[in-house]
Design a protein around this ligand. Structure first.
Ligand SMILES: C[S@@+](CC[C@H](N)C(=O)[O-])C[C@H]1O[C@@H](n2cnc3c(N)ncnc32)[C@H](O)[C@@H]1O
Length: 272
């Protein structure tokens, strides 16, 4: 979201923070060593052997910054649903699935996206702080703070760094004390709704199906005073590998971008 605001000219500077050193390494390399990252994207082999190699690099704590960033990116693009920690390779180790390892690895498009980020590198700061420390470092100037904490459910399966219920509560408490406008997004669970019950929210889905209708699985909370745009509630399919790839390749009628586009209006509403 921060990148969208930057690309759209709504903000002049952004900070991207993630406690996971591998994710932070990716952002650091994308902003400071984009050429090497693009070379990697354009030439790396897309095979099960290479996937094992990249996974070993990812798991090696002595890996250098560039190799770590490349391995993190590789696993994010070749694992199911982009889940680096435990997603498993798209198409399976025997590559007999409908979608194969290269389903989400469009070299040209990905390298172009990295170059676009690199072009703005002087306006992007990357940190790897714990979220609570990050919130302490926010400048007093006008800003919008967007938090996308680890999901409440299944977080330990999804992320190298995950939260216990007490961590979610601590973040919520810190958010309650923020003086700047903020947005928080989560999986839509009763526990999270309770933590942010003082604030307005929208519920939405990142996925779509014509067959079944769901209440939003995702939720976004807004600080008081933010103008929340009208968003049509989306429909969602069961989480499946195929659905995930389809979403990436051929966006459905209601999609994540619509939510982001709507959020750009939020950015505009706070006159950043
Ligand atoms: C839902 S994901 C955010 C995804 C990101 N907004 C994006 O669009 O790519 C949650 C992120 O929180 C990070 N994280 C986990 N614990 C953290 C902590 N204590 N402080 C900061 N970030 C943390 C995880 O590494 C994970 O990347």
């Amino acid at each position: 979201m921060a990148l969208n605001l930057l690309f759209g000219g709504y903000v002049s500077r952004i900070r991207i923070n993630d406690r996971d050193p591998s994710i932070a390494a990716f952002w650091r390399v994308a902003t400071a060593h984009a050429g090497e990252l693009c070379d990697f994207i354009e030439t790396v082999e897309l095979s099960v052997d290479e996937w094992h190699r990249q996974r070993a690099i990812y798991q090696d704590s002595n890996t250098n910054l560039l190799a770590r960033a490349c391995a993190t990116f590789y696993l994010n693009r070749t694992n199911r649903s982009g889940i680096i920690k435990s997603g498993g390779i798209i198409g399976g180790l025997d590559q007999t699935g409908k979608w194969k390892i290269d389903a989400r690895f469009n070299r040209g498009d990905l390298a172009q996206r990295v170059r676009r980020i690199a072009d703005k590198s002087s306006q992007i700061e990357v940190t790897d702080l714990d979220a609570l420390d990050f919130l302490e470092t926010l400048p007093r100037e006008r800003l919008l703070c967007y938090l996308d904490p680890p999901y409440y459910r299944k977080a330990s399966e999804l992320y190298a760094n995950f939260y216990l219920p007490s961590d979610h509560a601590a973040v919520a408490q810190a958010v309650h004390g923020l003086s700047c406008p903020w947005i928080v997004s989560y999986d839509n669970t009763q526990e999270i709704r309770r933590l942010y019950s003082d604030f307005s929210d929208i519920r939405y889905d990142l996925r779509y199906t014509a067959r079944k209708r769901y209440e939003g699985k995702e939720i976004m909370f807004f600080s008081p005073g933010l103008k929340v745009p009208e968003i049509e509630v989306a429909r969602t399919p069961e989480a499946s590998e195929e659905a995930d790839v389809r979403r990436f390749k051929a966006p459905p009628q209601i999609k994540r971008r619509d939510v982001k586009e709507a959020l750009l209006e939020v950015g505009a509403a706070v006159s950043l």
